[in-house]
Unconditional design. Sequence first.
Length: 116
Amino acid sequence: METKIYEKLKSPIGNFNELKIKVDYALGGMNYFSGGITRRGIYLYLTPVSRGGGIESSVLMGNERDSGYKILLEELSRKNQKKIEVQFNKVKGWSKKIAKLYSEEKDQEIHKLINS
């Protein structure tokens, strides 16, 4: 099952007019760029993108507004596809609202929605 969807942004962010909303598992561990440790589990990834001609473009490194960010949904010791799909189905119901809040730079509201 595909665990990502694209929603139109209310207002473009730079050259990006869509928000890629993806749920996936991350192994976690040491993050050498930030110097911190990432927990192992299921994450929600929010990334502004533009698509066309079979190409998807985004910013790999930059500020959160341009390159996106991730939110831990559930801490897990090992990958579990069924749990990923359950989390994705929950997020899918909020996708339009998440894209609207992202456009309005209301990141705290996204966190509140996810944690409700």
